[in-house]
Every structure is written in structure tokens, then in C-alpha cells.
Ligand binder design. Structure first.
Ligand SMILES: Cc1cc2nc3c(=O)[nH]c(=O)nc-3n(C[C@H](O)[C@H](O)[C@H](O)COP(=O)(O)OP(=O)(O)OC[C@H]3O[C@@H](n4cnc5c(N)ncnc54)[C@H](O)[C@@H]3O)c2cc1C
Length: 384
């Protein structure tokens, strides 16, 4: 039986100065009117803000300088990420490229792909999204039907993707495609492509979410031609590549900080002398937050050491998502406010609460549902 491992990781002293640097930058830019706080990391793209972050060296922080990176440690990146999230900075536009697509290109891309894409990602000039889910394939991702057929000089891709977050503001989608038969097992025959979203045959249509916002999309791929140099990694290695991204995708602080702004506002509502119910609930949340942060930092430490703690990452995502969802539920019970979107007043408690209430249901779906994560954890622990 595998045991869960959460070795304590301490942030090295040099990260304290970096944290202050990020806070100063955010305060100065906010005073200048470059941004205003929002809640969820996935819902507020601001390409101009992403370029500012890129110019500070905070995208592609851990990548080699040769590809536009900054050769900082994973723990330094953790601190920057944490500060951007708790402040509610609009990080959406560059988020996927920084967290997932860039590291994938760095790991399995060709030299030409690294030179072509990574420096522009690091400058905040190009954005990526994830084309995995399809109308009948979400949790059972291996059943995707988007097909890639080899032709002279490249591939022809036909199919349909759904829930593609931010495809409408992105330049490329790392897209999972079936390019070969499911043999010797179902996980064989899948490949990943760097899909150029401006290529002929790509249509992107909005899907409005519960809040009425246009965050995700349907992508229809109608005989799209992709040159050979847009295949990422080896043909047939798609599944292996997708699963190797999971510890990065599931363990970061965005998996428990999506409704942090509401928690901070709730503590403020309670003031210096909160009633017993408010004190008990906010105290419990803060204690949970500290434990989750310790677990997430531990994974960051293991990733930094070159390990792949997928099981631990699934635990952090499951516990972290439950935490994020509980905050608006409890806020509703302990604060005498009606959640209400207030156009132009997103600092208002009711507006912060409304955003959290409307986003909460999606938190346990994106990046793998609760049931799927618990299945992974059970299998990892030898329980199924
Ligand atoms: C806000 C948001 C953003 C997203 N962004 C993207 C994106 O950018 N790119 C992308 O590719 N996808 C994205 N998704 C899609 C997301 O990955 C899927 O919604 C998710 O994987 C679930 O797939 P599904 O919606 O098809 O649900 P289904 O797989 O049909 O699941 C429906 C229900 O059945 C349960 N279930 C399914 N299989 C099992 C099982 N074996 N055992 C127990 N229970 C099971 C699930 O847990 C769920 O509760 C996003 C989703 C959301 C909500």
C-alpha cells in the first residue's frame, strides 16, 4: 500500500524579499489604475496586466534563461503565485501557459518549439488554453473522439471540444487528439498538438456559465491542418504527457484560494469583536487554510526535487476545492448580507459574495471532479 507523504517544506529566506517586491508592485500598479481585485484565478483575463507581470519576470520564472525564463526556484514561483492570488490580481490570461503549456513544451517539445513559444509566453505576449474535454468525454477523457489523420507535411484534425476556458482570448490550445487505435490499451493512440486557434477550420463559440459570463467555449475543428512541427512530444504519447501535468495542475494554491477574497472580507465583517458564530467559523477556515497551504507547499517542494506527487496533489485538490466551496456557504449563514452583483463596485462585500456563490459549483468540476479525484486517491492507497 502506498502511503501519503507530506514532508514539511519551509520557504527559503530569500522568498520574503520577493514577497514584499510582489506586494509593492501590486500596490503601485493598483494605485496607477492598472488593475482592480477580482476573485477567481480563471475568470478575469487582462492581457495588458499579464504583459506587466511578464516584464517583471514573473511568468516562466523557473524556465532556463535561454528560453526567456528566469531560472528562479519553484518555491519562489510559489510565493509570487500566492501573492497574486490572495490579492485577486487578474492573472487569467497567462495562467495556463505559465502553469502547464510552457512546462510541457519545455519537457517534451523540440528545440524549435521551445525557441518559438517559450520566450513569447514568458513576456506575456501569447496565451494558451487546454483542449481536452469533449461533449461526451470529460471524466473519461480517454474516450475522446477528435481525430487526427496523418497527411503530407502534417495532420488533419476534426472534432469538437467543450468547456475550453479562455479559448476566445488565447492564441493556442494544447489539444488532445486520437491519432491511432486504442491498442494495446485504451490509453494508447492519443497525441497532443499545439493548435493554432487562428488556423482555418477552427471555430470558437461562447458557452455562458452560471454567472452569465463568457469564460469557456465550444471549439469546433473542421479538417484543420496542423504542420508536423505543431505535434508536441511523440505521436501516441498523449496520455502519458497529459497525466504528467497533473501534479502541477492540481496542487497549486489556486486550488484552495479561489474564494479567499470572501474569507478575508468575512473576517473584516466580523471586526475586532466578532460574535461567537462568526469567530468559530472564520477561525476554523483560517486553520484549514494554514493546513492546506502546508500540504500544497510540501508538494511544491517535491516537484522542485523532481518528484511526481500525483496522489498527494489529488488530495490537495479535493480538500482545497471543498474548502473553497464551503466559504460562500458559511458566509451566507453568518453574515447578514444578500449576495448581489454590484456593477462597478467589486470591492463591496455583497459583490464579493455573489461572485463566490456563482463560481462555487464549478470549482469541484474543473481540473477533475471530486469523485474522480477520490477514485485516484483510493487507487493510490490500494483501496480499490
Ligand atoms: C469552470 C470550468 C472550466 C473548465 N475548463 C476546461 C478547459 O479549459 N479545458 C478542458 O478541456 N476542460 C475544461 N473543463 C471541463 C472539465 O474538465 C470537465 O467538466 C470535467 O472533467 C468533468 O467532465 P464532464 O463535465 O464531462 O462530466 P462527467 O464526466 O460526465 O461527470 C458527471 C458526473 O459524474 C461523475 N462521474 C463521472 N465518472 C465517474 C466515475 N467513474 N466514478 C464516479 N463518478 C463519476 C463526475 O464526478 C460528475 O459528478 C472545465 C470545467 C469547468 C466547470
Amino acid at each position: 500500500m502506498t502511503a501519503l507523504r507530506f514532508d514539511p517544506t519551509n520557504l527559503p529566506p530569500e522568498t520574503a524579499a520577493l514577497r514584499q517586491e510582489v506586494r509593492r508592485f501590486l500596490a503601485e500598479e493598483r494605485a496607477r489604475g492598472s488593475w482592480s481585485p477580482r476573485g477567481d484565478f480563471g475568470t478575469h483575463p487582462d492581457p495588458a496586466f499579464s504583459r506587466l507581470i511578464g516584464a517583471r519576470g514573473w511568468i516562466g520564472m523557473t524556465w532556463p534563461r535561454a528560453y526567456g525564463g528566469h531560472e528562479r526556484s519553484g518555491l519562489e514561483r510559489y510565493v509570487v503565485t500566492e501573492e497574486l492570488l490572495v490579492s485577486g490580481a487578474p492573472v487569467t490570461a497567462h495562467w495556463i501557459a505559465d502553469r502547464q503549456s510552457g512546462p510541457l513544451i519545455l519537457r517534451v517539445g523540440t528545440e524549435a518549439q521551445k525557441q518559438r513559444f517559450l520566450p513569447r509566453i514568458a513576456r506575456g505576449e501569447i496565451f494558451f488554453c487546454i483542449g481536452m474535454s469533449e461533449p461526451d468525454s470529460g471524466s473519461d477523457l480517454v474516450s475522446i473522439r477528435t481525430r487526427g489523420t496523418k497527411v503530407d507535411g502534417g495532420w488533419r484534425i476534426t472534432g469538437r471540444k467543450v468547456w475550453t476556458s479562455n479559448a476566445h482570448i488565447s492564441d493556442y490550445a494544447i489539444t488532445l487528439v486520437r491519432t491511432g487505435p486504442p491498442e494495446p490499451d485504451r490509453h494508447s493512440g492519443l497525441s497532443q498538438f499545439i493548435l493554432d486557434l487562428k488556423a482555418p477550420g477552427v471555430s470558437i463559440r461562447p458557452i455562458r456559465n452560471l454567472a452569465g459570463h463568457h469564460d469557456f467555449n465550444e471549439m469546433v475543428l473542421d479538417d484543420v491542418f496542423l504542420a508536423d512541427d505543431l505535434l508536441i512530444g511523440q505521436p501516441g504519447d498523449g496520455w502519458k504527457q497529459v497525466t504528467s501535468e497533473l501534479a502541477f495542475e492540481r496542487s497549486g494554491p489556486e486550488r484552495f484560494l479561489s474564494t479567499y477574497r470572501l474569507l478575508a472580507a468575512l473576517v473584516e465583517q466580523g471586526g475586532y469583536d466578532p460574535d461567537d458564530r462568526m469567530a468559530e467559523q472564520t477561525g476554523r477556515f483560517v486553520a484549514h487554510l494554514w493546513a492546506l497551504r502546508g500540504m500544497s507547499l510540501s508538494i511544491a517542494g517535491m516537484l522542485q526535487a523532481g518528484e511526481a506527487p500525483n496522489l498527494e496533489a489529488a488530495c490537495v485538490k479535493d480538500l482545497g476545492n471543498s474548502f473553497e466551496r464551503a466559504i460562500p456557504e458559511v458566509a451566507r449563514l453568518v453574515a447578514p448580507t444578500v449576495p448581489l452583483p454590484v456593477p462597478g463596485a467589486n470591492d463591496d462585500f455583497a459583490a464579493i459574495q455573489a461572485e463566490a456563490v456563482l463560481n462555487a459549483p464549478s470549482i469541484t468540476l474543473r481540473g477533475g471532479t471530486r469523485e474522480i479525484l477520490r477514485g485516484i486517491i483510493a487507487r493510490g492507497l490500494g483501496l480499490r
